[in-house]
Design a protein around this ligand. Structure first.
Ligand code: HEC
Length: 511
């Protein structure tokens, strides 16, 4: 089945889905108690722990710590907290926990277990289970929530499946890029599913075409989050929505793994993890190289950008970055065909913008007898580099998020397997690798977060990835507040007209 058809059928199947779980005030208070150990009135709850009845605030030992946010129990260090979903506790077949048998729980028996540590048969529970000092109100809230616990999962998370979403154009100018990413995601996810999925869950992917403008992209995101109810987003391509995306995701608390700022504005949101460096980091790496190896930091430098607000803002942020690196004469210029005059004295040009404009600019500079040093990101201009006049031979430098020397044999094998599955060739390699790395990061995060995953724990798990080896890029690092896995670039010098590309040494990291 073709990916597009598969997605369509996914969407159709999803259209009847229920909306988010609404909790009553009492249930919501119970949830706070269950997850955080806090009472509705914000008074401290205490708990007695262990054989010696040591007194601790319940905040230090909330139920979810041991029984899991899903109530299924999380064995740890020899302690085996049982499944306490109401369905199991109230089962009329009677229960056996860690070798003991007892009748089904009633609300009163449940209260006794929580406050006295005894099961319905009167047996003492293992002292690892704390005894909580609760008011009647707190106990009632807790019971109310426990009965809803099984329904209270993050969206997109079902016992046997986990639903992911993406926004990839199938029509219009970005269709080819969209289809490339779609093919990579489908093939990589299929491979994970063939080996059983992650923690017993098959991954499902829902794609909605974001169209070409902001309104359609916004509607598509809304469809993914509110109708398809995806758990997380992966590698979307919807530049029209770039500046709104962080706010919208934060509001909906949906995590995203994907290289958004590779082509456009910097996302910088706690919900968004980016495997590959953004434009800003790549340009700063170019600047660092230009200063260190070519000693250009005192030259007359111009940052050329497309005439749009977001691009002008990006150019301004680059000016600051360059000044911090010691560049002394940096200005910005919105590119148009008739303002070549302003480039008369430029010795160094940092270019932001489209490939077509880049080749045209180089042609105009050449005809005007100008040959400044040119610096640009491969993701933006690589397609047109061969149209650049020979006068720029060895004066043109491109930033690459990775080069083939970064590829390990395992990484190469994975990529060629992926290409075989998806029928892709070598075109749009950065996009392919970016999408593939997004799947790697997300699946590693899901594995580490465990069966009892939530959106929050997924974010924490990806955040904890250090020296993460993708096999196709330098190692990636994340952390609290660190959302770009790779910050910097490889610098590649271009020789014309032979069209030879020379990697100029190791990956240059920038802050
Ligand atoms: C420090 C870990 C820990 C915390 C925190 C904890 N429990 Fe437990 N709980 C356990 C363990 C371990 C057992 C199993 C005891 C046994 O085997 O006798 C247990 C047993 C239970 C049982 C009995 C289940 C059965 O099948 O008989 C219930 C009910 C229960 N816990 C509810 C809660 C609730 C509600 C909270 C929060 C208010 C909570 N627990 C907090 C570790 C914990």
């Amino acid at each position: 089945m073709k990916p597009v058809a598969l997605w369509m059928s996914c969407l159709l199947a999803l259209s009847g889905l229920a909306h988010g779980l609404e909790l009553t005030a009492s249930e919501a208070a119970g949830k706070r108690l269950y997850r955080e150990g806090l009472s509705a009135q914000n008074v401290e709850i205490s708990a007695r722990v262990g054989a010696s009845d040591m007194l601790l605030p319940a905040q230090a030992v909330p139920c979810a710590n041991c029984h899991g946010a899903d109530g299924r129990g999380r064995p740890e260090g020899g302690v085996r907290p049982p499944d306490i979903t109401w369905r199991r506790l109230s089962s009329t077949y009677g229960l056996s926990v860690n070798g003991r048998h007892h009748p089904a729980y009633t609300e009163a028996a449940f209260a006794r277990a929580v406050s006295e540590g005894r099961d319905p048969a009167g047996n003492r529970l293992d002292p690892a289970m704390p005894r909580f000092v609760l008011t009647l109100r707190d106990q009632a809230n807790l019971t109310a929530y426990l009965k809803r616990l099984e329904d209270d999962r993050d969206p997109g998370l079902e016992p046997q499946r986990l639903r992911l979403g993406t926004l990839l154009p199938r029509q219009g100018p970005m269709a080819e890029l969209g289809n490339t990413v779609a093919a990579v995601l489908t093939a990589a996810i299929e491979q994970i599913n063939q080996t059983g999925g992650i923690h017993g869950r098959i991954l499902e992917l829902v794609n909605v075409d974001p169209g070409n403008d902001k309104a359609s992209a916004r509607a598509a995101l809304h469809t993914l989050i509110d109708n398809a109810r995806v758990f997380a987003l992966i590698a979307p391509l919807a530049p029209a929505l770039d500046d709104e995306m962080p706010g919208l995701l934060e509001q909906a608390q949906v995590p995203l793994v994907g290289s958004l700022s590779l082509f456009g504005a910097f996302a910088g949101s706690g919900q968004i993890f980016e495997p590959l460096p953004g434009l800003r980091e790549q340009m700063l790496a170019l600047a660092r190289y230009a200063a260190g190896s070519l000693q250009l930091e005192a030259s007359q430098s111009v940052i050329i950008h497309p005439a749009s607000e977001t691009q002008a803002a990006l150019a301004q942020r680059l000016v600051l970055g360059l000044r911090e690196q010691g560049w002394t004469h940096v200005t910005t210029l919105a590119y148009s065909a008739d303002n070549l005059q302003a480039l008369k004295n430029a010795q160094t040009v940092f270019y932001l913008g489209s490939a077509g404009d880049f080749a045209e600019l180089a042609g105009r500079l050449d005809r005007a007898g100008l040959a400044p040093w040119l610096f640009a990101a491969s993701t933006q201009v690589a397609g047109e580099v061969l149209q650049v006049p020979e006068a720029f031979s060895e004066r043109l430098f491109l930033a690459y998020p990775f080069v083939p020397e970064d590829w390990t044999s395992a990484g190469r094998a994975a990529l060629s397997d992926l290409r075989q599955r998806s029928g892709l060739g070598g075109q749009h390699a950065v996009l392919q690798v970016g999408a593939y790395c997004s799947v790697l990061l997300l699946s590693e995060g899901l594995k580490r977060a465990g069966r009892d995953v939530s959106r929050r724990s997924l974010i924490e798990a990806v955040e904890s990835l250090h020296d993460f080896d993708t096999g196709l890029t330098p190692q990636m690092n994340f952390g609290p507040g660190k959302r770009l896995g790779l910050s910097g670039a490889h610098i590649v010098r271009v020789q014309l007209p032979e069209q030879r590309f020379y990697s100029m040494g190791p990956f240059i990291r920038v802050p």
